[in-house]
Ligand binder design. Structure first.
Ligand code: SF4
Length: 270
């Protein structure tokens, strides 16, 4: 693997017209929210702490993976320092205020992150080799029935691309309040996109591993080996095609319900 395989950075890819899994999920969840966030560019009223926490987690674990070998793991204190620093920066310097869950604050979030990192670093064996973290990709989306190619690529970044047990593997790194349920393990679009991206980058039949660090009183790591078939890839392509067509047609109706209470765009939703 050479650096030229990842010739364009994620920032460069995102600067061009594109779709992302996050955009697809937003539109499917509520077309009005998609319009407010991605078309009208409305500044959200708040940013959930989970987003800042996840960003800090990715940076800390990314450092751990790239700075470690099995013989010489990165210094644990350094990994924790990166988490604390990134979380502080995300919370204190964001122009959009971060919203904590009830009873939470920055100190409690940091303490939780420290405990979660201890469990993750103890439980998750380092891979033999780390090819890259935050590996950018741009996928051409082809309609499985008619062969039409979407005007814009699906853009994103694989959390970690590694060699584990002699095989290429995609590691998806998540933090969550609880373990992922069976339906998310089976149908979530993100691992499908990662599998397609790894193959696009030249890695045949990569293993898909989901690592969910839980924010439970006693943190844990859910390790799941996921399977994604051609039918899953076709579902992603069809979803991308139909969402794109709906956006182009100006579909932006609201879907009012349980999600409105925690919606950062509720102040602009009419
Ligand atoms: S408040 Fe509800 S309907 Fe409005 S954008 Fe948010 S989720 Fe959609």
């Amino acid at each position: 693997m050479t650096a030229t395989r990842f010739a364009r950075s994620l920032a460069e890819l995102r600067a061009l017209p594109h779709l992302s899994v996050s955009q697809l999920k937003t539109f499917v969840g509520c077309p009005r929210r998609y319009t407010l966030a991605y078309v009208e560019g409305v500044v959200p009223q708040f940013r959930p702490i989970a987003l800042a926490f996840g960003t800090a987690w990715h940076e800390a674990v990314g450092f751990h993976l790239t700075a470690s070998t099995r013989a010489a793991p990165a210094d644990r204190d350094e990994v924790k320092t990166i988490f604390r620093e990134r979380l502080s920066i995300a919370v204190e310097s964001d122009r959009v205020p971060v919203l904590f869950d009830d009873g939470e604050d920055l100190g409690k979030s940091m303490d939780l992150g420290m405990r979660m990192l201890d469990v993750f670093l103890d439980r998750v064996e380092l891979p033999e080799n780390v090819i890259g973290v935050e590996v950018p990709f741009a996928l051409e989306i082809v309609d499985p029935e008619y062969g039409d190619v979407l005007d814009v690529p699906l853009v994103g970044a694989i959390d970690a691309l590694v060699i584990h047990d002699g095989k290429p593997a995609v590691w998806e790194l998540k933090t969550a309040k609880r373990k992922w349920a069976a339906d998310a393990l089976e149908y979530d679009l993100q691992p499908t996109a990662y599998a397609m991206a790894a193959e696009h980058l030249g890695f045949e039949d990569p293993e898909l591993v989901l690592l969910v660090a839980t924010k439970t009183t006693k943190p844990d790591v859910q390790v799941e080996r996921l399977a994604r078939t051609k039918a899953d890839r076709d579902d992603l392509a069809v979803t991308a095609q139909s969402v794109t067509a709906a956006i182009a047609a100006g579909i932006d109706h609201p879907i009012r319900g349980w999600a409105c209470k925690g919606c950062p765009y509720a102040h602009a939703c009419r």
